[in-house]
Write a protein that binds this ligand. Structure first.
Ligand code: PLP
Length: 424
């Protein structure tokens, strides 16, 4: 019989892997607070929050309790024709948190599905207005997920999606935002975007973007004026604005939602990842009443979408507990403290000949190297150093749980420093 790890290598796909040349994989047996315990007993400080999600850390008593309490009454029921308290309480919280203009919530399964839902809503909105519009406009370097609609709005040059370009709906990509967060805003920066929108606006259903942080497309932090200007242009041409806050939502950038850095409100907002504190897969799309009303005027007179596991009560219950924790906790202070330490610890790495750039925003720290790293080797090095950091391409980045201690955070940044002082 194959050992567990051999079986895994032979039979199980992991994200972005090949069955014939699998990447090294570590078996994790326990996750507690900010630590992951591997099957061999070694303990790693987690720098990833399981890809932006586990903001309160792992095995949190309040989140555990929410799931076990919910299990006592109901694990799942269909959402067609039925409703329940966990969903209602969660949507109440989301409506309260996102501000007065966003008020109609659709609960979906994952980030990518939330993006599909948002794009489909935009197309249906235009049907409701008696127009056929199915193109989307965005910036280069964006990333919105791995499903077909989401890929069609992600950077066409991104290695994750390049191969599928011939099969995807053709969308419009303006030059990516170059002025960095905190940088000097330059007039004319948005000319390319504005021209493209002016020439094509009658066919565009919506602009879709990741506010402030372009994540998997390069971990780029851009100036809030781009968002302000996009909002103005969308208003001018009466095009919808979809904000994909799946990675940035729930405090990661130092604001509850990244759009708040620019003081703008989108027409449709996608949320996922940290929504359940990383416990379960759940996402949400929230829209203005105007969007919902137009959708009700479409040919079907409704929004034709209804996943089997929509509003799963266990996921909704843990999301409620996670949002309650967020509102009670000192997340602003925690994120500000993380930002301070990341700046102090990572910025000196700019002196390394292997480092092209170091950038920090909220609880995100990024070291961009001059050439692509050997991911498998570097990950192995980090595991030996007792930390969990998963680099990709030229990016070594940290996005720890907000509850990380200064000492744990320094272990992560020191490990990056060590890796750069003895690269492959
Ligand atoms: N949108 C953004 C901005 C993301 O960062 C991601 C995932 O990394 C997604 C969408 C897709 O989310 P999921 O992986 O949950 O499908």
């Amino acid at each position: 019989m194959l050992s567990d790890l051999e079986f895994d290598r032979r039979h199980i796909w992991h994200p972005y892997t090949s069955m014939t040349q699998p990447l090294p994989c570590y078996s994790v047996s326990r996750a507690q607070g900010v630590e992951l315990q591997l099957a061999d007993g070694s303990i790693l400080v987690d720098g990833m929050s399981s890809w932006w999600a586990a903001i309160h850390g792992y095995n949190h008593p309040r989140l555990n309790q929410a799931v076990s309490e919910q299990l006592k009454s109901m694990s799942h029921v269909m959402f067609g024709g039925l409703t329940h308290r966990p969903a209602i309480e969660l949507c109440r919280r989301l409506v309260d948190m996102t501000g007065s203009e966003l008020e109609c919530v659709f609960l979906a399964d994952s980030g990518s599905v939330a993006v599909e839902v948002a794009m489909k809503m935009a197309v249906t909105y235009w049907q409701g207005k008696g127009q056929i519009r199915h193109r989307f406009m965005t910036f280069k370097h964006g990333y919105h997920g791995d499903t077909f609609g989401a890929m069609s709005a992600s950077d066409p040059e991104n290695s994750m999606h390049r191969l599928y370009q011939g099969y995807l709906p053709s969308n419009l990509f303006a030059e990516s935002p170059d002025v960095i967060f905190g940088g000097q805003w330059q007039e004319g920066e948005m000319d390319n975007f504005a021209d493209m929108l002016e020439r094509n606006h009658t066919t565009i259903a919506a602009v879709i973007l990741e506010p402030i942080v372009q994540g998997a497309g390069g971990m780029r932090f851009y100036h809030p004026n781009y968002l302000k200007r996009v909002r103005q242009l969308c208003d001018k041409y009466q095009i919808l604005l979809i904000a994909d806050e799946i990675a940035t939502g729930f405090g990661r950038t130092g604001q509850l939602f990244a759009c708040q850095h620019a003081g703008i409100v989108p027409d449709i907002q996608c949320m996922g990842k940290a929504l359940t504190g990383g416990y379960m897969t759940l996402s949400a799309v929230i829209t203005t009443r105007e969007v919902a009303d137009a959708i009700s005027q479409s040919e079907a007179k409704c929004f034709m979408h209804g996943p089997t596991f929509m509003a799963n009560p266990l996921a909704c219950a843990v999301a409620c507990a996670s949002l309650a924790l967020l509102s009670e906790n000192r997340w602003q202070q925690q994120v500000a403290d993380i930002e301070l330490i990341l700046n102090r610890q990572l910025k000196p790495l700019l002196n390394s000949e292997y480092v092209k750039d170091v950038r920090v925003l909220g609880a995100i720290g990024v070291v961009e190297t001059v050439r692509p790293v050997n991911m498998a080797k570097l990950q192995q090095f980090f595991v030996k150093q007792g930390v969990w950091i998963r680099p990709f391409g030229r990016l070594i980045y940290l996005m720890p749980p907000y509850i990380i201690s200064p000492e744990q955070l320094v272990r992560l940044t020191d490990a990056i420093g060590n890796a750069l002082s003895e690269p492959e």
